[in-house]
Design a protein around this ligand. Structure first.
Ligand SMILES: Nc1ncnc2c1ncn2[C@@H]1O[C@H](COP(=O)(O)OP(=O)(O)OP(=O)(O)O)[C@@H](O)[C@H]1O
Length: 295
């Protein structure tokens, strides 16, 4: 997220573990958000990627060979593709990961040149990414991190920072949404978290910060059935008619829960095919080679 270089404003000490929360259930089907967008008229483009090329900075090897993709407000895009096809690289290039250098093409986000923005600016502008392997941040507690990041985003939006009590109730509400125990607020970010807890914590960050475009890189990997349902339910609850989602996945289960409007197949650093959920059946029966070749 690149938020660590932002000014640090620790939250007041509190002991969230004394609170027990009932599980929060928001069963709003994801299709509602899509319908709301359609009813409002022609959706506006949120992200426009044109012939994007990028190489690994250290080795100079080009991984993205001309990606084209448009995400409109309110849409849910799934990116699938065989291992090593460039899905995570594409997502990381969008958020400005320092391992990669853009060598060609353009990316416009909310009408602005995304490639000219620093990673922090991209995040503050409303781009969120949950990483395939979320990192630990030793010495920084979850509540400190969330409050710092959320208040930075509020400042960017011209809103007043939340005070300690408001922060507390805001965080508790979001914890409830992702069905996490309050104790997780006191623990250092991702330190000692299980794989599934890290993924759930990523969605907590998304719930707290909000995003115009959330990119979820394999948020479903390592989640048990209940955790997957919780995560999908939280993502559906967070969604708003103008907000969009881009998820990278290998599995159909999360697609059935998040209801993508578009499914893309990435192959050799390009989007090789785009369609609807029916592509997934072809992938499952015939494999990626066949699907990617059907262009
Ligand atoms: N920082 C890096 N250093 C070296 N190689 C890299 C780096 N980043 C990406 N690659 C290589 O680029 C290719 C694409 O990787 P990427 O992680 O984007 O694939 P993916 O489609 O997300 O794969 P998976 O489905 O296995 O997660 C791979 O061959 C990978 O080894």
């Amino acid at each position: 997220m690149g938020l660590l270089s932002l000014t640090f404003h620790p939250s007041p000490a509190f002991n969230p573990s004394i609170f027990t929360l009932p599980p929060h259930r928001c069963h709003r089907p994801s299709s509602l958000a899509v319908r709301a967008t359609s009813a409002a008229g022609t959706p506006q483009p949120l992200l426009q990627v044109n012939d994007l090329r990028a190489k690994i900075l250290e080795s100079g090897v080009e991984i993205l060979h001309g990606v084209n993709l448009t995400v409109n407000e309110g849409e849910v895009h799934a990116i699938m593709g065989k291992n090593g096809s460039g899905k995570s690289t594409f997502a990381k290039v969008l958020v400005g990961h320092p391992d990669y250098e853009v060598t060609g093409g353009s990316v416009v986000f909310k009408g602005e040149n995304l490639l000219e923005m620093e990673p922090e600016e991209r995040s503050l502008a409303g781009l969120f990414m949950s990483f395939q392997s979320p990192v630990e941040i030793p010495g920084v507690s979850n509540d400190e991190f969330l409050v710092m990041a959320y208040n930075a985003r509020r400042r960017k939006l011209g809103l007043p920072e939340l005070g300690p009590l408001e922060c507390f109730s805001y965080l508790m509400e979001k914890l409830q949404l992702v069905n996490m125990k309050p104790d997780f607020l006191n623990r250092n970010v991702n330190e000692g978290f299980s794989g599934g807890e890290r993924k759930r914590n990523e969605i907590l960050q998304l719930a707290v910060l909000g995003a115009d475009l959330a990119i979820l890189d394999e948020i479903d990997s390592g989640l048990d059935v209940d955790a997957l349902r919780d995560v999908a339910n939280a993502v559906n609850c967070i969604r708003a008619p103008k907000n969009s989602l881009m998820m990278i996945t290998h599995y159909r289960r999360i697609l059935d829960l998040l209801n993508p409007t578009h499914v893309h197949v990435m192959d050799k650093g390009k989007i090789a095919r785009t369609g609807d959920i029916s592509i997934v059946e072809t992938i499952e029966t015939e494999g990626y080679e066949t699907v990617a070749a059907l262009t």
